[in-house]
Write a protein that binds this ligand. Structure first.
Ligand code: KIV
Length: 289
């Protein structure tokens, strides 16, 4: 999936699916599930590192996770999220940091938050061959300035501000814009006005695509139930259940049964390799051995 392909999807009226990913296994799963775009979001600070906000996340950390995601993704377009203070300083510093996501992280593009104040930086990155995805509306890196994670653009004046931000980043050369935490009618208006795709999160159905944090989508964030998140599974609860069954079986001695253990290879009826590891490596212990 490439930048021109994503733009063509907008012209054809095909919806874009974007999901966050932070490691190779999830990337492979989400890619095989059909995600068009994998975003290595700075949300990793909250879901991977257990932080209260994305602010402490560093470029090194996101680049590290990008490398893993890029290895796991076969078809999806991989976007690295530029963390707080990696692009708010000088033009040169912003450009150098953006380049790291492509050179070291294997990403195809970067994402950054903001409107007119980041337009010059977007233009410079695009000029250097780095595709940039914008992000306006509720911008989590400005959580303190916004007074919390609040829906943006609810008054007429605030709505016009979000519209202006979206135009500023698109005019600067962004190939797509994330619209986060804004009313549905405002997102639909911006989507109609922009030539580039909009990807919504908490922005209603009128966007060209949607993005969710994979941990939210899969039900791995038990303490968070934001209104805009639809959980497509309950992995946290299912993980607790699987863990409990494992603990019970280990404590009772039911696991590992003969099926999961190696014999000495002398019995005729003994399979050469236990069935569970056969697909991994015949005659061996498996990669984890
Ligand atoms: O960091 C992130 O995961 C994001 C998405 C929620 C858009 O920016």
């Amino acid at each position: 999936m490439t930048v021109p392909m994503l733009r063509a999807m907008k012209s054809r009226g095909e919806r874009i699916t974007m999901i966050t990913a932070y490691d190779a296994t999830f990337a492979r799963m989400l890619d095989e599930g059909g995600a068009d775009v994998l975003l290595v979001g700075d949300s990793l600070g909250m879901v991977i590192q257990g932080l209260d906000s994305t602010l402490p996340v560093t470029v090194d950390e996101v680049v590290y996770h990008c490398r893993a995601v890029a290895r796991g993704a076969q078809h999806a377009h991989v976007v690295g999220d530029m963390p707080f203070m990696s692009y708010q300083g000088s033009l040169d510093e912003a450009l150098r940091n953006a380049g790291r996501f492509l050179k070291e992280g294997g990403a195809h593009a970067v994402k950054l938050e903001g409107g007119r104040e980041v337009a010059e930086k977007i233009a410079r990155m695009v000029g250097a061959g780095i595709p940039v995805m914008g992000h306006v509306g509720l911008t989590p890196q400005s959580v303190h300035a916004m007074g919390g994670f609040r829906v943006q653009g609810r008054t007429e004046e605030a709505a016009e501000r979000v519209v202006a931000e979206a135009h500023a980043v698109a005019d600067a050369g962004a190939y797509a814009v994330v619209l986060e935490g804004i009313p549905s009618n405002l997102a639909a208006r911006i989507t109609a006005e922009l030539d580039v795709p909009t990807i919504g999160i908490g922005a209603g159905p009128g966007c060209d695509g949607q993005v969710l944090v994979c941990y939210d989508l899969l039900g791995l964030t038990p303490d968070l139930r934001p209104k805009f998140v639809k959980r497509y599974d309950e992995w946290f609860a299912r993980g607790i259940d699987a863990t409990q069954r494992y603990c019970v079986e280990v404590r009772s001695g039911a696991f590992p049964s003969a099926e999961f253990a190696f014999g000495d290879g002398k019995r005729k009826d003994e399979p050469a390799v236990p069935a569970v590891v056969q697909p991994i490596v015949a005659g061996g212990y498996g990669p984890r051995g």
